[in-house]
Write a protein that binds this ligand. Structure first.
Ligand code: PLP
Length: 382
C-alpha cells in the first residue's frame, strides 16, 4: 500500500517542485563534461562554479572551502580518514557515541589501524559531557567528532562551545550537520569541517558537500583526475550540484518560515500524542532539539509492531534500530543515553517535513491511538 502520510523526513525528503520541474532542461543543457575545454564543457563548469558560489554565500566561506561529493557518507569518510592520513605525531580521536554510522564506522576502522579512539560521555538526555571532553582532550588528540543535531532524537549539541575548546587545545573539530544545516546556526570560527547531504534538504539523493577550512590539508579518499582540488576525483555531477545549490538557496531564503512550521508540527504532535497515550516518553523532551524530530518510546508496544501497523494504514515512520540480521538491534544512540535494550526497541522516530500539515498529524494521532488500544486489548485478552 502506498504511504499517504510521510513522517520520515529525517531519512529523506521530497524534492522541491522548483527542482523537479527544471530537471529535463538542466539534464539536456548541461550534459557536457565540465573538464572539457570546448564551450559546452565550459557551460557545465560555469554552472558548477555558480552553484558553489551560491553555497559559499549562504555558508559565508570561500570557494576552495566547499567540496562536492556524492553523499554525506562519502564526505564523513573523506574527512575522518583524510585527516588521519596527514597525522605524523598525534594519534588520538575523540568521538561522541551518538554519531551517525557514517562517522562512527570510519573512526572504528582507524581504531583497527592503530589510532587511539576514545568515546565521550553523554548524559541521559544525550548531551555531550563538556567536562569529560576537557579531561580527554590531551595533546595527543588531533580530531574531535561531535554531531550537531542527532538524526534519531534531534538533540542539538553546543558545537560552538565544543569547537572553542578544541581550538584552545589545537585539535581539529568536525561536526556532521546533515540534520541541522539551515535549521541551526554554525559559527565558522570554531569548526574545521562539516558535512551536508542534498536529500535531507529537498534535493535529490546522490549529492552532498563538505566544508573544510582552507588552511587544513587532508588526503582524499579517491585518487584520480584531481577534480574538486584533488579532494574528490571523478567527473563532477553537474546537474545534481546545481540541484543541491538550488535547495540550499530555497532553504536559506525560507529557513525561518520552515523552522517555525516544523517546530509547530512537532509540538502539536507531541502535545496531542501525550493526551492520547499519557504514558509515552519523549526522548530528550526538555533539552534543545531540532524542530523536525520526535523520538517516542511507547509503553509495551515494540517499535517494529508500531511501524508496520502504521504502514498498513499508509503512514511512514521509522526507528533507530538496525535490522540487518532479521532481529532488530537497539539503537546505539539510545543505549548510550542509558536506555535499556528493551526501551530502545520501543522507540519510534517521527520526523516532519516542510510539506506536512496539521491534518496529517491529527490523522496520525487517531491511527496511533487505535493501534495502541487494540494492541493492549490483545495483550490483556490472554
Ligand atoms: N549523517 C546523518 C546525521 C544522517 O542523518 C545521515 C543520513 O541519514 C547521514 C549522515 C548520511 O547521509 P547520506 O545518505 O547522504 O550518506
Amino acid at each position: 500500500m502506498e504511504n499517504h502520510i510521510y513522517l520520515d523526513n529525517a531519512a529523506t525528503t521530497f524534492i522541491f517542485d522548483e527542482i523537479l520541474s527544471q530537471m529535463p532542461d538542466i539534464f539536456s543543457k548541461y550534459y557536457a563534461n565540465p573538464n572539457s575545454i570546448y564551450s559546452d564543457g565550459q557551460k557545465s563548469r560555469k554552472i558548477i562554479e555558480e552553484s558553489r558560489k551560491n553555497i559559499c554565500d549562504v555558508v559565508g566561506c570561500s570557494f576552495e572551502e566547499i567540496v562536492f561529493t556524492s553523499c554525506a557518507t562519502e564526505s564523513n569518510n573523506t574527512i575522518v580518514r583524510g585527516v588521519a592520513e596527514t597525522q605524523s605525531k598525534k594519534r588520538k580521536i575523540l568521538i561522541s557515541p551518538i554519531e551517525h554510522k557514517s562517522v562512527l564506522n570510519p573512526v572504528k576502522f582507524l581504531g583497527k589501524k592503530g589510532f587511539k579512539v576514545e568515546f565521550l560521555k553523554v548524559d541521559k538526555n544525550g548531551v555531550v559531557d563538556i567536562d569529560d571532553l576537557k579531561r580527554k582532550l590531551d595533546e595527543d588528540v588531533f580530531l574531535v567528532c561531535v554531531i550537531h543535531g542527532n538524526n534519531e532524537t534531534g538533540v542539538v549539541q553546543d558545537i560552538e562551545y565544543i569547537g572553542k575548546i578544541c581550538k584552545e587545545r589545537q585539535a581539529l573539530f568536525f561536526s556532521d550537520v546533515v540534520q541541522s544545516f539551515l535549521k541551526e546556526e554554525i559559527n565558522l570560527d570554531f569548526i574545521d569541517f562539516f558535512s551536508v547531504s542534498g536529500h535531507k534538504l529537498n534535493a535529490p539523493k546522490g549529492i552532498g558537500f563538505f566544508y573544510k577550512k582552507r588552511e587544513i590539508d587532508i588526503e582524499p579518499l579517491l585518487y584520480g583526475g584531481g577534480q574538486e582540488k584533488g579532494l574528490r576525483s571523478g567527473t563532477e555531477n553537474t546537474q545534481f550540484i546545481k540541484f543541491i545549490s538550488d535547495a540550499v538557496y530555497i532553504w536559506s531564503k525560507k529557513h525561518e518560515k520552515f523552522y517555525n512550521h516544523l517546530l509547530s508540527l512537532r509540538d502539536y504532535f507531541e502535545a496531542r500524542l501525550k493526551e492520547a497515550i499519557p504514558d509515552i516518553h519523549i526522548v530528550s523532551e526538555n533539552v534543545k532539539r531540532l524542530p523536525h524530530i520526535s523520538c517516542v518510546i511507547f509503553p509495551h508496544i515494540d517499535a517494529q509492531t508500531m511501524i508496520l501497523s502504521l504502514d498498513s494504514k499508509g503512514i511512514a515512520v521509522s526507528s533507530g534500530s538496525a535490522c540487518s540480521s532479521g532481529t532488530p538491534e537497539p539503537s546505539h544512540v539510545l543505549l548510550s543515553y542509558g536506555y535499556s535494550k528493551e526501551e530502545a526497541l520501543r522507540a519510534v522516530r517521527f520526523s516532519f517535513g516542510i510539506f506536512n500539515n496539521f491534518e496529517e498529524i491529527d490523522k496520525t494521532i487517531e491511527v496511533i491511538k487505535n493501534i495502541y488500544h487494540n494492541y493492549m486489548k490483545f495483550i490483556y485478552s490472554f
